[in-house]
Write a protein that binds this ligand. Structure first.
Ligand code: ATP
Ligand code: MG
Length: 267
């Protein structure tokens, strides 16, 4: 990674091993994420992308390796220190992006309430400000997740990830389930927020459009290891069979065709 000069590493994973029962899912994964970049993280279904993301944020225990986030090894911290670091990231999970029994407003205030002691009025104003950031208005506040469209749900979940003004956001397949135009809009939103807020974005995605339009770098998980990390150009040049098929195969061409068809149909 010679071109990266002195960029600050905000996530540093080394030799991460995670298994369930006697099956090792991560077999020594190494990964660096640099401050201010949008990293796209890819790999086959079941490869362990969500597992690695959840391991980085401390929700899954690893059997070997070290992970530093924002300069700290989470395993070495006291509970208070840990909570302080946790406040510096936001997460959009692949499943159950929102609590279904809470309104949008309550969803947005959930983490804030746990972490900060603010008067209700200020929390309400903050929640509305976050909704506006993601392109929604206050009218959705009283709705329940079941009343939202897929795209709105993703936006609310993103607003919730931004609730504590994080430095890093972890997004697990934020555009899955959206149509190509909705996904494109969401990508634009992520890129804008990244720029305006100076975020570091860790984004697990299957979306080749997201990868080529908004991601600065891409990392590939295969057989329990990160086998490549670099720009889209680097990915396209790889001769690794899985990467070749993923980035240049039939599926890749179909994805590009679908996006173009959707855009021309709407323009
Ligand atoms: N809590 C768990 N207990 C047992 N096995 C698990 C657990 N979480 C994940 N796994 C297994 O680990 C493997 C990797 O899962 P993971 O969810 O990380 O895949 P993924 O790469 O995110 O796939 P997808 O693209 O489908 O979301 C899978 O085989 C899964 O069944
Ligand atoms: Mg996953």
């Amino acid at each position: 990674m010679a071109t990266n000069g002195k960029r600050e590493t905000v996530i540093e994973a080394r030799g991460v091993e995670v298994g369930f029962g006697d099956r090792l899912v991560l077999k020594g994964a190494d990964l660096d994420v640099y401050r201010g970049e949008i990293l796209g993280f890819v790999g086959g279904s079941g490869a362990g992308k969500s597992v690695l993301m959840r391991t980085i944020i401390g929700l899954i225990r690893k059997s070997a390796g070290t992970i530093k986030v924002l300069g700290s090894d989470l395993d070495q911290l006291s509970d208070d220190e840990r909570r302080a670091i946790e406040r510096r990231w936001g997460v959009l999970f692949q499943q159950g992006a929102l609590f279904s029994s809470l309104t949008v407003m309550e969803n947005l205030q959930f983490t804030v309430r746990e972490n900060l002691h603010l008067p209700q009025r200020l929390m309400d104003e903050l929640a509305v400000a976050k909704l506006e950031m993601v392109g929604l208005d206050a009218s959705v506040c009283s709705k329940y997740p079941s009343e939202l469209s897929g795209g709105m749900t993703k936006r609310v979940a993103l607003a919730r990830a931004l609730a504590l003004d994080p430095e890093i956001v972890f997004l697990d397949e934020p555009t899955s389930g959206l149509d190509p135009i909705g996904a494109g809009d969401f990508d634009t939103l992520i890129a804008t927020l990244q720029r305006v807020l100076g975020l570091t974005v860790y984004m697990v995605t299957h979306d080749l459009d997201s990868l080529s339009t908004v991601c600065d770098r891409i990392a590939v998980l295969y057989d329990g290891k990160v086998i490549a990390a670099g720009t889209m150009d680097t990915m396209l040049k790889s001769e690794h069979p899985w990467m070749k098929e993923y980035f240049r195969g039939k599926r890749a061409r179909a994805a590009i065709g679908a996006r173009e068809a959707a855009l021309s149909g709407n323009g």
